[in-house]
Design a protein around this ligand. Structure first.
Ligand SMILES: [Mg+2]
Length: 243
């Protein structure tokens, strides 16, 4: 039996499947301050949320709190990236380790509370549940696979870990090429920097319901609405096999 190179769908997690802003807000605050309760003032939350379109990885949320504490908002991805570069790769790697330590502790000691901070976008649970056994549908995220598995299980979905890929610091499109040396892919992500709209084998679509910046939504040549993405996921074909 051999597989015919099937089209394969890769879905980002935060901002495509899961609205994780509350979890990221709280967990990254614990890295910043060590306090369990973050500021609840609407003005502070709005400053933090304004950084969200520029975030690519978990440690960036800690930097978003630093912007909010200064009561400033980055005007562009470049400006936010300069604040990341000013920290340097070692400090950022350390923040990533500390963030995952906080998440581990929350999952161990405040499990259901932590999980409740990770709602899924409307319709996603049903769409994913329907494709649980479709080997052509994958999750590709800068969030560790074990946390994604816990969150999906909380929502009643037992998604296979082998089709949940943690990027670490690798480029998503490089990982897709590695997973899929032949065949074509579609990648849905809400961070435009993960996408290449002229990629020869991977069709890239910017998700419009998550945290894409207004500038990205305006410039992206290929976008997808939540309704259309749910249809695409639900109807995505299973790999055919030659007997
Ligand atoms: Mg995302």
């Amino acid at each position: 039996m051999r597989s015919i190179s099937p089209p394969t769908l890769f879905l980002d997690f935060d901002g495509v499947i899961c609205n994780s802003l509350e979890e990221c807000y709280r967990s990254s605050w614990m890295v910043v301050s060590g306090d369990s309760e973050p500021p609840d003032a609407a003005a502070y939350r709005a400053l933090f949320a304004a950084c969200r379109p520029f975030i690519r990885s978990g440690e960036d949320y800690v930097v978003a709190h630093e912007w909010a504490q200064r009561q400033e908002v980055p005007s562009s991805q470049d400006e936010f990236d300069r604040s990341l570069a000013a920290k340097g790769p070692e400090d950022l790697a350390d923040l990533k380790v500390r963030l995952y330590r906080v998440r581990d502790a929350l999952l161990a000691h405040r499990r259901s509370e932590w999980l409740s901070w990770n709602p899924l976008y409307k319709g996603m649970a049903q769409a994913l549940e329907g494709q649980r056994e479709n080997e052509a549908v994958w999750i590709l995220s800068t969030k560790k696979a074990s946390f994604i598995g816990e969150i999906l299980a909380y929502h009643g979905i037992s998604w296979p870990e082998k089709r949940t890929v943690y990027t670490g610091n690798r480029r998503k499109l490089d990982l897709i090429a590695e997973i899929l040396p032949e065949g074509t892919a579609t990648l849905i992500d809400d961070q435009i920097d993960h996408l290449d709209f002229s990629h020869p084998t991977c069709r890239c679509l910017l998700a419009l319901w998550g945290y894409a910046s207004p500038a990205a939504m305006k410039t992206a040549p290929a976008t997808v609405s939540l309704d259309d993405a749910l249809t695409l996921i639900s109807s995505f074909p299973r790999p055919r096999r030659d007997e």
